[in-house]
Design a protein around this ligand. Structure first.
Ligand SMILES: [Cu+2]
Length: 145
């Protein structure tokens, strides 16, 4: 964690961008064959994120490492600003998270709800919740869609 903070500081110095970072860097772990993961990446890029994508056959190890609670998993796992982002989370909520900086592990959208970013099929939308994962692994609703 200290290394992460240090590298973030160095990164900020290199870019001389102490003011609100306009383009947050997000790391994503996904299987090489995941199509909806790529569509979610498109959603991130379209909303100003800089994406580093890592193909892996073991996404589960990153869910475990980053503290995604059992039963809350999805197709891809991402990391931004020290938070975990699991599944098809809308960038609006990621930006809110980075602004509010709650003491939490991060955000999850379990499963792959139809109509979430990267899961669009026509006009159909399933209702879904974005959950905040607390430090102790419990969750609460962060936003409803
Ligand atoms: Cu997906």
């Amino acid at each position: 964690m200290k290394n992460l903070v240090a590298s973030l500081l160095i990164g900020s110095l290199a870019q001389a961008s102490w003011a609100a970072p306009a383009s947050p860097v997000i790391d994503i772990y996904k299987s090489p064959t995941c199509g909806c993961c790529n569509k979610w990446i498109d959603h991130l890029k379209a909303n100003g994120f800089t994406v580093t994508s890592h193909d892996t056959d073991n996404v589960a190890q990153h869910k475990y490492r980053l503290g995604v609670p059992p039963g809350y998993g999805s197709c891809h796992t991402a990391e931004v600003g020290g938070y975990v982002i699991e599944g098809h989370v809308p960038t609006r909520e990621i930006k809110r998270l980075l602004k509010e900086k709650p003491r939490a592990r991060g955000l999850v959208v379990p499963g792959m709800p139809i109509g979430s970013p990267g899961m669009e099929t026509g006009d159909h939308k399933d209702p879904y919740d974005v959950f905040l994962v607390n430090r102790n692994g419990s969750t609460r609703t962060y936003a409803k869609y």
